[in-house]
Design a protein around this ligand. Structure first.
Ligand code: ATR
Length: 270
């Protein structure tokens, strides 16, 4: 039986084991996927088990997406450019680090029937997930990527990597075709971003990376102002699907059943 896991800290609330184990059953794969809470000093030994084939694939979540990098033999283009790894596996006896958040975001946009060609996009937040979103957007022919973060220095650090982005002050707002909340504000139901979102216009896209709660105050406000709201559920599912495809050379189904199950799991876990 092959073994897979997701590592992070905290790790209690992850839905990855439920989703992967569900897909194992559906596809008759003899494997198990577990969650593993680690501390930084465990990373090296834990990841080395990939080389020994004791573990066959690892997903990485907060706060280790960057700190696993020294223990990997090679990075894919997505992982290198974003300095963020969420999927680890063995290929040609090398431990490879990949980032499926990039493809997960991209796929979520396509599946939501959104075309961002020549569109202006604002990203709020410069934390762990921001480089993946910026990198995905750079491949989508958007006209302009603007970044705003409470701590401006972190936005400026990202501009050193992605030269094409434009930085604005936290709280500043004008017309955009899409606004993406990539901050952690919204994870608590009462969290609120104090922006005058009516300045953005109507019929725009409000995208939140958060999927729990399914509708953050940011999305509620966007909707109330006449915009289209998209939560992070699809991004979560497709980053998992892309890891699954790499590990098992098989494309699992994303259908009404799995989307409904995810809602149920969210209610149970949170
Ligand atoms: P990290 O900063 O360790 O990468 P993260 O969860 O990936 O953690 O990122 C959190 C993001 O949410 C950051 O952009 C953070 O802004 P700062 O860089 O200024 O900390 C943002 N964030 C969290 N709480 C916030 C708040 N109350 N107001 C505005 N932004 C907030």
């Amino acid at each position: 039986m092959k073994k897979f896991s997701v590592i992070g800290n905290p790790i209690d609330h992850t839905l990855s084991p439920k989703l992967h184990n569900y897909w194992f059953k559906k596809n008759n794969i003899d494997a198990i996927y577990e969650k593993q809470k680690l501390v930084e000093s465990d990373l090296k030994n834990y990841i080395f088990q990939i080389k020994k084939k004791k573990i066959h694939g690892i997903n990485v979540t907060v706060p280790f997406k960057k700190s696993v990098i020294p223990f990997l033999d090679e990075l894919t283009e997505e992982a290198r450019k974003t300095q963020s790894v969420n999927t680890i596996y063995l290929e040609d006896n090398k431990i490879l680090g990949h980032n499926t958040d990039v493809g997960g975001f991209e796929t979520s946009i396509h599946k939501s029937n959104i075309n961002l060609t020549n569109k202006k996009v604002l990203i709020l937040g410069a934390g762990g997930v921001a480089p993946s979103i910026i990198y995905a957007l750079t491949k989508m022919n958007v006209s302009k990527i603007t970044l705003s973060n409470r701590t401006k220095e972190k936005a400026e650090n990202l501009k050193n990597i992605f030269k094409e982005i434009n930085i604005i002050e936290w709280g500043e707002l004008s017309k955009f075709d899409m606004i993406i909340n990539a901050t952690s504000l919204g994870l608590n139901k009462e969290d609120k971003l104090n922006f005058n979102f009516s300045l953005v216009g109507k019929n725009k896209f409000f995208y939140d990376v958060i999927y729990n709660p399914l509708e953050t105050n940011f999305l509620k406000t966007g909707k109330n102002l006449g915009n289209i709201a998209i939560n992070g559920k699809l991004m979560f599912i497709y980053q998992a699907l892309l890891a699954f495809q790499i590990w098992h050379k098989l494309k699992p189904d994303v259908d009404e059943e799995v989307l409904g199950l995810l809602d149920q799991w969210l209610e149970l876990v949170f």
